[in-house]
Design a protein around this ligand. Structure first.
Ligand SMILES: *Cc1c(COP(=O)(O)O)cnc(C)c1O
Length: 358
């Protein structure tokens, strides 16, 4: 601790992101990035913003990112979503940070699964939110009946991370209906790889907020765009925090790039189907190597070998230039989370594992 730190900073335990080593020929399967490039319309839209030597960058962007909100509302028009029901932020991590401060900072503790996105407890620390964890069942599934305790809100990813397990939409509807006094937040970073979005439910449940990102299914982790969809009252709470924090979280390039990506439905469909196909093929090959593989609705698989130590497998893969994610945490310290790469990357992974397992 430095004498200049606030006591809050001294108490923080920051999130540790998956590493981003700058090594050539690395097979990077540790942070759930999409292995395919984004729509070519993204670079074209960004290039169009940069005409005349980038003269437009002289000006602040639209603080409301109106074009992007309209594009997101149009994307979910079949769910009856209008632009004032959309909040946008600098990646869904920023959106989530605002959610914790604006909606989840309540007298009662909030609830989330014991095995989940490890950023949630970090936001609780930053925003002074009390929480309790609810154990996943033995199959790593969320059981909505276990969330019966009085609470100040509930948050979980669907599909969950790092397990990849999906909770059906009916279970989310029942959870939101049973907890009308509190906000239920569904973090859908991976939903496009195998789930149905709860955005279809937000107009029936004024306490349901759905958060999505362009980082995974749209191959735009580097652009930093995320959003939340819900009742206008929930969105207004987020806008109040955002406008007390940073008026321009999305820059000009991010706004036009995100709009272009969302407009290209065909690219989105092709890429996500390719990832889903590779995931199912990889699952089969891992099962053949005696791994236990949880059924995944995400762009990663969560696996465990019954006879080999997970940390040792991760280290041996790393020596062969392949990085996967290992969490030294209770209940999952014998598991590995492996991002779905291209078919060539998946083949390298399987070759390496075959060698390591002997
Ligand atoms: C990747 C991820 C996010 C963050 O995505 P960004 O939009 O890149 O900030 C949020 N929630 C979960 C569960 C994730 O895995």
């Amino acid at each position: 601790m430095s004498r200049y730190w606030s006591s809050l900073v001294d108490r923080l335990t920051p999130y540790v992101p998956g590493e981003q080593p700058q090594l050539a020929n690395l097979v990077k399967l540790n942070t759930n990035e999409n292995p395919y490039p984004p729509s070519s319309r993204v670079a074209a839209a960004i290039a169009a913003q940069l005409v005349d030597g980038g003269e437009l960058l002289r000006l602040y962007p639209d603080p409301d990112a109106g074009l992007l909100k309209a594009a997101i509302a149009a994307r979910f028009a079949d769910c009856g979503i209008a632009a004032p029901q959309v909040f946008v932020g600098n990646g869904s991590d920023e959106v989530l940070a605002h959610v914790f401060m604006a909606l989840l900072r309540q007298p009662l503790p909030i609830l989330f699964p014991d095995i989940t996105y490890s950023f949630y407890p970090v936001y609780c620390g930053l925003h002074d939110v009390a929480y309790a964890t609810v154990a996943l069942d033995d199959d790593f599934a969320i059981r909505v009946d276990d969330y019966a305790a009085a609470n100040g809100g509930i948050i979980f990813p669907n599909p969950n991370a790092p397990t990849g397990c999906l909770l059906p939409l009916a279970a989310i509807a029942s959870l939101a209906a049973r907890h009308r006094q509190a906000v239920v937040v569904v973090d859908e970073a991976y939903v496009d790889f195998g789930g149905e979005s709860a955005i279809a439910l937000v107009n029936q449940h004024p306490n349901l907020l759905v958060v999505q990102t362009l980082s995974k299914a749209y191959s735009l982790a580097g652009l930093r765009v995320g959003y939340a969809v819900g009742h206008v009252d929930l969105i207004e709470a987020l806008e109040r925090v955002k406008n007390s924090f940073n008026s321009y979280p999305l820059d000009r390039l991010a706004i036009v790039g995100a709009v272009a990506a969302i407009a290209d439905r065909e690219h989105f469909e092709t890429t996500r189907q390719a990832v889903i196909r590779s995931r199912e093929a990889l699952r089969g090959e891992l099962l053949a190597l005696a791994f236990e593989v949880l059924p995944s609705a995400a762009n990663f698989v969560f696996v465990r070998h019954p006879r080999r130590d997970a940390a040792e497998i991760a280290a041996a893969l790393r020596q062969r230039g392949i990085i996967v994610r290992y969490f030294k945490l209770p209940r999952i310290d014998q598991h590995l989370r492996i991002t779905i790469g291209t078919d060539a990357q998946c083949a390298s992974l399987i070759d390496a594992l075959r060698e390591i397992l002997g």
